[in-house]
Design a protein. Structure first.
Ligand code: C5P
Length: 233
């Protein structure tokens, strides 16, 4: 399974996104399109970025009844994305239906990963609002295990949890990890952060990097630095 740096395209419009991507004249980064950009621009932005030669992680975090998720995944699969995701909280049947929906006529399908517990949810909210009595970390690994048993390829998690997830779900189960910062960079609103090199040591398969690249004075240099540190290239 190939490791890579995924650049989070957290931009509000097509114009800003394409102006940013225009800077990459050499190697085309694997990019993440989230709800902000997708809901603003629709499927055409995915097609346009794909046509420019980028791999795409479409981060829409689906969560609905199994049949609806299956049909939605079929639509995303036809968009030719390389990776997409859903909430493990939708249950094993929803995850299995999602996999069925993703399968293309030629037998290929995008990588499917699960969100376990959102990082905005703390122990107190977990207990008082979601009514989950388990410790947060245990809930994350239980949801990851459910995702692996449902046939998914991996989860989104902190690099600091990557080892634990692999212990529970197996080495081949992918960990896609945001919360990455350069050693000399700003943390912003991320609390628990690691460097690209440390994320590699901890077993991350893909790091998702947003502002350290998108807000850098020289985004291409910042991307190349992330690749050097994470991939050793
Ligand atoms: O700018 P920054 O590097 O913090 O961006 C990280 C990206 O990963 C953003 O698109 C953010 O929404 C996403 N993400 C995250 N933490 C999670 C899940 C997704 O930062 N737990």
């Amino acid at each position: 399974m190939s490791k890579d740096v995924i650049v989070a395209l957290d931009f509000p419009s097509k114009e800003e996104t394409l102006a940013f991507l225009d800077k990459f004249t050499g190697r085309k980064p694997f990019v993440k399109i989230g709800m902000e950009l997708f809901y603003a621009e629709g499927p055409s932005i995915v097609r346009e970025i794909k046509a420019r030669g980028h791999k795409i992680f479409l981060d829409l975090k689906l969560h609905d009844i199994p049949n609806t998720v299956k049909k939605a995944m079929a639509s995303l699969s036809r968009l030719d994305v390389d990776m997409c995701n859903l909430h493990a909280a939708g249950g094993s049947e929803m995850m299995k239906y999602a996999l069925e929906g993703l399968k293309r006529a030629d037998g290929t399908r995008p990588i499917l990963i699960a969100v376990t517990i959102l990082t905005s949810i703390g122990q107190e909210t977990l207990e008082k609002e979601l009514k989950i009595a388990l410790p947060l970390e245990k809930t994350v690994t239980e949801y990851a295990y459910l995702a692996s048993q449902s046939g998914l390829d991996g989860v989104v998690c902190s690099p600091l949890e990557a080892g634990k997830v692999k212990d529970v779900c197996g080495k081949g189960f992918l960990t896609v990890t945001p919360g990455v910062r350069f050693a000399d960079g700003e943390k912003g609103d991320q609390v628990r952060v690691t460097t690209p090199a440390r994320a590699a040591e901890l077993g991350s398969d893909y790091i998702v990097v947003g502002r350290p690249i998108t807000a850098a004075a020289d985004p291409v240099a910042a991307y190349e630095r992330a690749c050097r540190e994470f991939l050793g290239e």
